[in-house]
Design a protein around this ligand. Structure first.
Ligand SMILES: CC(C)(COP(=O)(O)OP(=O)(O)OC[C@H]1O[C@@H](n2cnc3c(N)ncnc32)[C@H](O)[C@@H]1OP(=O)(O)O)[C@@H](O)C(=O)NCCC(=O)NCCS
Length: 188
């Protein structure tokens, strides 16, 4: 399943191998990489190519659903759902966890909130999830604000490795139920 999701200002679509240089350009920023768990710093074209090449198998396995966030035909960021063990959130089984980043030149325009909202709606609607997880590094108040605006509520904390920092970082965890989302967005 390869979704293409339109929002008011954005198109979320699958990455293609041609997107590798733009990906490198955006995630090479320390201020992006250091707030994520899995983006190494420095980043390279080889890492980008491998990451994109693995998307199809991740989608097929139901473990990863990454989408490029585009505006006016240009990639400005990424959002996705990633399967993780639910126990960190106090839940049995697996959970899909939302992630996102926006290229530094595009910060502060509501793009992450808009893209994450669309990804959440897709996870609850098309993937039939009843709950979604999220986490952010403790020193990332902007991400916390986005998650709270979207309706996520606190659900514990874990230590999480940051590939870029090369250390473990405190990572508050949050949950959003489909019922809360539907109540918030007025969907029956
Ligand atoms: C965090 C990030 C995704 C935000 O992207 P963005 O498109 O600028 O986010 P939005 O504009 O949709 O929303 C940001 C919100 O955080 C708020 N915010 C920004 N900096 C803040 C700060 N230092 N403290 C508190 N709130 C802050 C903004 O005011 C906005 O809230 P508002 O809509 O109520 O005004 C972006 O900075 C980024 O990619 N950072 C690096 C990677 C990352 O952190 N990914 C998330 C990992 S959990």
């Amino acid at each position: 399943m390869t979704p293409e999701i339109k929002t008011e200002r954005l198109l979320l679509r699958s990455f293609t191998p041609e997107d590798a240089p733009r990906l490198v350009e955006l995630v090479s920023a320390w201020d992006v990489a250091r707030m994520t768990s899995r983006i190494p710093h420095p980043y390279s074209p080889e890492l980008a190519a491998t990451w994109i090449a693995n998307h199809e198998s991740g989608r097929t396995a139901g473990t990863d659903y990454p989408l490029a966030i585009t505006s006016g035909g240009q990639i400005i960021g990424c959002t996705g759902l990633h399967r993780a063990p639910g126990k960190d959130w106090g839940l049995a089984g697996d959970i899909l966890e939302i992630g996102y980043w926006i290229g530094v030149p595009y910060w502060g325009r509501g793009y992450a909130s808009e893209a994450a909202g669309a990804m959440i709606a897709w996870g609850f609607g098309q993937l039939n999830q009843t709950v979604l997880g999220a986490g952010h590094f403790a020193d990332n108040p902007a991400s916390r604000r986005i998650l709270e605006k979207l309706g996520f509520t606190p659900a514990g904390q874990r230590r999480m490795t940051s590939a870029a920092r090369g250390t473990d970082v405190d990572c508050p965890l949050l949950l959003l139920t489909r019922d809360t989302w539907h109540a918030k967005s007025g969907i029956k």
